[in-house]
Design a protein around this ligand. Sequence first.
Ligand code: ATP
Ligand code: MG
Length: 570
Amino acid sequence: MSDTIPADHNSALAPRRDFIREMVADDVANGHFGRAPATRFPPEPNGFLHMGHAKSICLNFGIAKEFGGTCNLRFDDTNPATEDVKYVEAIKRDIEWLGFQWDAEYYASDYFEKLYDIAEGLVRRDKAYVDSQTEQQIREGRGTVTTPGTPSVYRARSVEENLELLRRMRAGEFPDGAHVLRAKIDLAHPNMIMRDPLLLRIRHAHHYRRGNDWCIYPLYDFAHGLSDAIEGITRSLCTLEFKDSRDIYDWLVEEAGFVKPPTQIEFARLELDYTVLSKRKLLRLVNDGHVSGWDDPRMPTMAGLRRRGVRPDAIRAFADAVGVTRNKQRVEIGMFEHSIRDDLNMIVPRVLCVMNPIKVVLTNFPEGEVDELDASYYPHDVPLTGSRKVPFTRELYIDRDDFMEDPPKKFFRLAPGREVRLRYAYFITCQDVIKNDAGEIVELRCTYDPATRGGDSPDGRKVQGTLHWVSASHAVECEVRVYDRLFAQPDPDDVPDDQDFLTAINPQSLVRVTEAKIEPSVLRDAADTRYQFERVGYFWRDPDDSREDALVFNRIVGLRDSWAKQVTKK
Ligand code: ATP
Ligand code: MG
């Protein structure tokens, strides 16, 4: 993880210059389009939004905001099989959660009539024809990259015959696959996509918005660019896989007669280490039960990240830090984790939570007495103020990992005869170790120094360790879900040919700590409060599973890169 990543909490407004913004700035300067920059975010409503979509959202909405233009939300819903209104609702919620508001909401399925009219126009000008070959014949007729294709016998159909067949296709007279409409371009074109691409195909299927009233569905390339043009988009931003589609995009918007039509700019899709960013793969994780659902806190979906406790500010800052490039790049997950931590560090209160408790008895502290200590919620470098009282009593819990009976040299925490500081409280010294019959340590007998109240010794005595703790009689028992990376290797697809990405799953991606002890002050906080558990990490209550009488906390992110440490340990 690099320290040079800018800590920018306002990415949407930050003036940046990447190659796309340079082009848009040129558009504004030379007035080519004669209208303000217009972008769109065009999801297909067949799944939930993930971090890759977030990059595209930040780019499209960000440009509109920075250049005083507009950004539409357009559902590219031209495929009846997999789309659903529940995805439409989820996508809208996620975009708003990310902090963006679209100027207009459109549906490609509302353009079916317009696209049909454009199709008829093409047929009338002999720029498209109805082909009645089978799918396989069409594929074979395309040729290969090194050999030109061969024209279909139906390519020579008359305009009249094509028009009649197209109308009958629309009227539902033919079964699926009987005919398709193809553009009449060039079967020897060096770009395979231009070898008479399919425009419309017959599909007798139920569409979530159009019901059963439409049976000829546009192919992606036919619908996408023309939808952009219908909406007056200026720059159509898409990922690099669509580079070869640019020719058909330009051909269609020109043939359809649009003046100053939009043009496409491609950028590298976001690929993030230790996770997968593909709706298809995320769906497999859900369907095969590797996660609890689309909103499992380990999922790189907006729903998952939201439930985990990540704030939208962190996602925007991350998108900004990653930037926009023309070249494929994988991004280290540590960079995203840095954005999450950086977003929370300066705003969240610190509280004490012991994950793996062991009892400490202070033999010289009066039984039954409670010392209410002042504890600031924020460290000095955080410009927020606020404090609470934490009860200090004779019996406490500290973390088992903070004690060693026989410590190695570099261990600065509690050990027999060793003095340490308890955060906000006193110095304590370990006098005795109590074990059960099995030889396990069950209790530490310590003494405390009353002169060190508040955590400093009046005689200037120094201790090397400061531990977090809770009062045994006041602590609230809670469950803590420690989430980690979903995959055990940076590129989950980097597995032998006979295996798939699921074999790369990290079996430790969720560790449930069921008997953690947290200070009682949290019971007074709003349910959506995010915290730093001191010396542990950032947490918040699971919005679905936490109850007032059974608290459940999710780890949002660790304090530092625990993964790198684990890897070097073995
Ligand atoms: P997936 O591959 O996950 O199915 P998709 O591209 O098919 O994603 P769409 O709903 O078609 O999903 O995408 C909506 C927009 O989001 C498109 O403009 C697409 O380019 C963009 N997008 C999707 N994934 C990424 C990514 N990883 N990085 C950047 N942009 C992306
Ligand atoms: Mg897609």
